[in-house]
Design a protein around this ligand. Structure first.
Ligand code: SF4
Length: 342
């Protein structure tokens, strides 16, 4: 597996994408009968619950956390697939929603998403030519140029020109993911959300796809929000990593800084479980007790307090904010925990 440069985020760069107190809640409607008989109310899933983050041009922000923590919902919300419940996303300084918002056409061209399961995300009745053709149409490519553009994209992602008239089921999993990447590239985007793009692939194929994504980033200056539950993958590909728990970011820092000096008890536990990353973490494996609470009714105070071995009385009452760590060598390192902020 390749090793990312983990270079520092350019401090003077203007962010490409900013989220402002971003929330995405889903309402689970109870039946009229349940409401009438049991007096139950509709329930609210707080999948994304107050995210402030920035993504800079040419950077990969890794987003990690246990399954169900809201990573994919966040990914879909930042590319405009979901309308936020509260807050907003700014792309190149323009809001995605509300007054003065970026046009749908521009957003569709400049922000793309690569899905976890390439098979279900590709129309099985369409050939590769048709799949990529739809994306080329969004860019306004002339019909006469479409074949050459499609073949160029296929070659760039490691496929052959004669693959153009095949259907998704005629490819391996890795090849299908390459088609998904070619489709994303076809609109000439600046930003791509990669939502667990490796999780359905063999380890050897995972390394090839990481190489491909890194090469494309270098060539086109792409920014990625790279969603993964695998902290080893996040380490290899990310310049910075954000750790998510129950709809919120609990820690964010440059990759080396986070892996060498994780400060949040949740991050420490996640990292302690990974042998190959444990070169940085020389302590014992930290077992997180209990199960992840439901995002329908997250714990009051710090959402991690029900599983945290350092929990104090304040943790059950007061919700910690995501604030910068007050240590000069830890610039850009922010954490949501009373231990480090009180
Ligand atoms: Fe643990 Fe308290 Fe920090 Fe939450 S705020 S992570 S409960 S020490």
């Amino acid at each position: 597996m390749p090793v990312a440069t983990n270079q520092k985020t350019p401090e003077n760069n203007r962010p490409l994408l900013v989220t402002e107190n971003l929330k995405k809640h889903f309402i689970i409607e109870e039946s009229l009968l349940a409401k009438y008989l049991a007096g139950t109310k509709d329930r609210v899933v707080r999948a994304v619950d107050g995210i402030n983050m920035k993504i800079f041009p040419g950077e990969t922000l890794g987003l990690v956390g246990e399954s169900g923590c809201g990573k994919s919902t966040l990914g879909r919300t930042v590319v405009g697939l979901y309308e936020p419940t509260e807050g907003n996303v700014r792309f190149q300084d323009k809001p995605l929603w509300g007054q003065g918002s970026i046009s749908n056409m521009i957003l569709r061209r400049q922000a793309q998403i690569i899905f976890q399961n390439p098979y279900s995300s590709l129309n099985p009745r369409h050939t590769v030519r048709q799949i990529i053709g739809v994306a080329l149409d969004a860019r306004g490519t002339k019909s006469i140029d479409k074949e050459a553009e499609t073949v160029g994209l296929l070659r760039r992602v490691g496929l052959r020109s004669d693959h153009i008239d095949r259907y998704p089921h005629q490819f391996s999993g890795g090849q299908r993911q390459r088609i998904g990447i070619a489709r994303a590239l076809a609109t000439n985007p600046m930003f791509i959300v990669a939502d667990e793009p490796l999780s359905s692939l063999d380890v050897s194929v995972q390394a090839q796809i990481i190489n491909l994504l890194e090469g494309l980033q270098e060539e086109y200056g792409l920014s990625y929000l790279f969603i993964t539950h695998d902290l080893r993958v996040a380490y290899h590909i990310s310049h910075r990593v954000a750790v998510m728990y129950l709809g919120q970011i609990v820690e964010i820092a440059e990759t080396d800084m986070l892996y060498k000096n994780p400060l949040h008890p949740y991050t420490q536990a996640l990292l302690s479980a990974i042998p190959s990353v444990n070169a940085f973490h020389r302590g014992e494996r930290i077992i997180i007790e209990g199960t992840v609470p439901t995002p329908i009714n997250p714990p009051k105070g710090c959402r991690f307090h029900t599983r945290c071995k350092y929990s104090m009385p304040i943790c059950e009452e007061k919700e910690p904010q995501l604030l910068p760590v007050d240590i000069s060598e830890q610039k850009g390192h922010s954490i949501r925990c009373h231990l480090h902020l009180s």
